[in-house]
Write a protein that binds this ligand. Sequence first.
Ligand code: G3P
Length: 500
Amino acid sequence: MVSEKFVAALDQGTTSTRCMIFDVHGTMVAMAQREHHQHYPRPGWVEHDAAEIWSIVRQVVPMAFSDAGVEPGQVVAFGITNQRETTVVWDRITGRPVGRAIVWQDTRTTDLLAEIAGDIDPAEITARTGLPLTGYFSGPKLRWILDHDENIRARGERGELMFGTMDSWITWNLTGGINGGLHVTDVTNASRTMLMNLETLDWDPVLLQALRVPRSMLPEIRSTIGVVGHTVHPVPGVPIGAIIGDQQASLFGQTAFDAGEAKCTFGTGSFLLLNTGQDIVRSSHGLITTVAHRVGDEPAHYALEGSVAVAGGLVAWCRDSLGLIRTAAEIETLAATVPDNGGCYVVPAFSGLFAPHWNPSAQGVLVGLTAFVTKAHIARAVLEASAWQTRDVMEAMRADARLSARSLAVDGGMTTDNLLMQMLADVLDVPVVRPMMAETVALGAAYAAGLAVGYWPDRQALRRNWQRAAEWRPTIDPARREAEYAAWTAAVGLADAWGH
Ligand code: G3P
């Protein structure tokens, strides 16, 4: 056993941080997980305490190693994966964050966007970054932090502060922090900042100037796959073989390595990514263009992405804020007690509307209420919202890439909900396929790190690990599907209009 080797993945997500240990078959042999606090100081604001997250990393890594019964010397590499866009600024000397991290879901920058549009044509931003001008990405969040505290801006300009997304914050701490920690990120995470040029894969001076970001605050951009350094804490001497944003990690974990392959992950939000290979495909239907991964000095691979801000987050809201259910799993049980939504629709525009609408001012709506509607109908509408939002991005994907998917590979926590998976097959009108290992974010980070150090010889070896666990086929009457889609589209129109 002592001679057996493993790969570790550290998945720093929106609600929790997990460390998982994988063997050569891609089987998870141990997992340790801790949630962190969500701070909602004002409507639309969402914050995390980066120091709390680092202290959780320090707990879960040794727990997973000890649960697996492995010594650090048996772990050939770490893969770091993370919630993307969430913005942290910290002090280079003390190592302390200057304030709470602004989370990707946070909409505080909505008013600032008009100011930014006065400094640079939004079309120019999209041409350089593949992203629409919206507060989802890190650049506006960082500018907000610098604009709202003169002292922070002055210190940032003097080179005393560092910016990073969660991958940078964690990697800097893992590699020594104030004692020589590496200030790095990777191309997938950097492609979410609105500061990186998609073609040069470097920080873009025009964008830095428009968003008023001092260059000295930014991490160095590295490739996704390739050893960046070695850990110092909380276990010493393990190579960090990969850094990869969580949605790109799940594309990799689904072994969707080739152009034309796609996946959709259902977590807090839901994210449909289509691998476009080495081609930078520009969307004209509300999708974003992002980096899928880059191996060493090879050309980068890109993806088209349909980002949906709220999927599982709506179920969590029903549990935590409404008290409609006690556990997330109960949403399925409750929804299954009725045959349909009773005429009601929920559009969870808690962070405005993301793809393909991109309206930061939109707000959520619950429509179609009559005295007939029960909490079971609402539970059903809650699940359907995730399915319809996926249909919206799938339509955009079809229009942009002229691709009609023959099936959709899914993963993430919500895919254990069989009713939702059936709804998804029904509304998309394609079979929905879930692999045995539905935790593909961590798996993808482990695969990427393992490839970097030669733990797996090539991608073919990884493809052999992929096994189908379940498949759902469309059963709904097509006329009913399209009538429901029309009603959903009308409800989205109401959410879109509400914030104006
Ligand atoms: O872009 C945000 C995304 O990376 C968050 O993913 O899985 O933490 O909801 P998740």
